[in-house]
Design a protein. Structure first.
Length: 393
């Protein structure tokens, strides 16, 4: 960010004001009469673990960010909860070139695909975690987590007098590394660019806050004689009521994270289910003319909403064995998304699945699933004089 200004830009490293390993870290941006430019970076975020596991190939060390808040005193300016799965999803929206040449080094991940004579080669060599201070650490732009920073040039301490950033860690090894070994976070720092004096600032900033809700899909283990067995789920989500929602993203994961195999290099993605059926009802009206019961149609709707994803073939096919998952990453990046572009007063989701007889594989495809629902909600920051308001638009 500093190269955009001809003079007067200082780059500083800020140490944590509070840090508890495996729990949270907090930084104060409390220098008086300065402007913190929006390109704030979190550096040296990582973990240590025994037995030299690797970081999750999808997202790498960014999976450690569970909750994040940008605050002015007790006023929340921008926040995101249960955000690690959403941040991992963002890597599937990037082309191979960026994932291999940039994110591989900054995030310590290794996500992408390339065609070879023997078939498709998947990413699979993210950074190896050490058990001591030599462990690799990451460099993360907080614009990826806090969309307010994408829309404002700077944060002035004349306006926001008690700025701080608080991050709670995602410490389940099943989301962060390739093994089930306990992990310990390293203490990160914040890298900021500062401009002193007056800056021209907008009177209003609008952005799309990433908000979260969730529900559970139950599973069954049918006998061979009565398979497939249909399981119906209908839920009402209240987390987005009275908000204008642009897009939804659904991420399906094991409710019991230990179901992830230790050979899986892609975790914290979205699992494919057998014979999914999907419908969304907003304010009493169906979004789709009929229930979506074909994976290809659901994938097209997802592409229309979020763009073309960088995923392997058979990404939406329910896998049968851990060996297939490890070798070809089948069924690990099956995201569901759609455009709402509506003010939500009542949001209901019908989400059905079918289960098959699969005792040989510990019934993993039939397991209880937790569905994380992310919504882009319009928010606005109004600034006038020395006062401001944060509102839903």
């Amino acid at each position: 960010m500093a190269f955009q200004y001809s003079q007067g830009v200082e780059t500083k490293i800020i140490d944590a004001s509070n840090y508890v390993a495996n729990r949270y870290v907090e930084f104060k941006l409390d220098e008086e009469s300065v402007n913190y430019l929006a390109d704030i970076r979190l550096i040296n975020l990582g973990v240590t673990a025994a037995n030299t596991p690797k970081y999750n190939a999808l997202g790498g060390a960014i999976n450690l960010i569970k909750h994040i808040e940008l605050l002015d005193g007790r006023e929340v300016l921008c926040s995101a909860r249960h955000i690690s799965a959403y941040l991992a999803f963002q890597e599937t929206r990037k082309p191979n070139e960026q994932n291999k040449s940039v994110n591989n080094f900054l995030l310590k991940s290794d996500y992408g695909y390339q065609a070879l004579s023997g078939g498709i080669k998947t990413g699979g060599d993210p950074a190896t975690v050490a058990a001591d201070a030599t462990t690799p650490t990451s460099h993360i732009s907080l614009k990826d987590c806090l969309p307010l920073l994408e829309r404002t040039p700077a944060l002035s301490t004349d306006m926001f007098k008690n700025l701080r950033i608080r991050i709670e860690f995602e410490t389940s090894p099943y989301k962060v590394i390739s093994s089930a070994d306990p992990i310990t976070t390293t203490e990160p720092s914040l890298c900021v660019d500062i401009v002193r004096g007056k800056m021209s600032m907008p009177s209003q900033v609008a952005w799309l806050e990433i908000e979260h809700d969730e529900y559970v899909l139950n599973g069954v283990t049918p006998t061979e004689a009565n398979q497939p067995q249909r399981v119906e789920t209908s839920v009402r989500l209240n987390g987005f009521n009275n908000k204008y929602v642009e897009r939804l993203l659904l991420v399906k994961q094991f409710d019991d994270l230990s179901k992830y195999g230790t050979s899986h290099i892609v975790k914290n993605g979205s699992l494919a289910l057998f014979k999914e059926e999907f419908q969304v009802r907003v304010n009493g009206a169906n979004v789709f003319p009929t229930i979506i019961d074909k994976d290809c149609v659901r994938a097209n709707i997802m592409e229309d909403a979020w763009g073309v994803l960088n995923v392997v073939q058979h990404f939406n096919k329910c896998y049968t064995t851990d060996a297939l998952v490890a070798g070809a990453q089948i069924g690990l990046t099956d995201y569901t998304g759609l455009v709402l572009a509506d003010a939500v007063k009542d949001l209901q989701i019908e989400h059905n699945r079918s289960c098959i007889n699969d005792n040989a594989n510990d019934s993993k495809p039939n397991s209880i699933m937790k569905v994380h629902v992310y919504a882009e909600c319009r928010k606005v920051l109004n600034m006038k004089g020395g006062d401001y308001q944060v509102l839903y638009a």
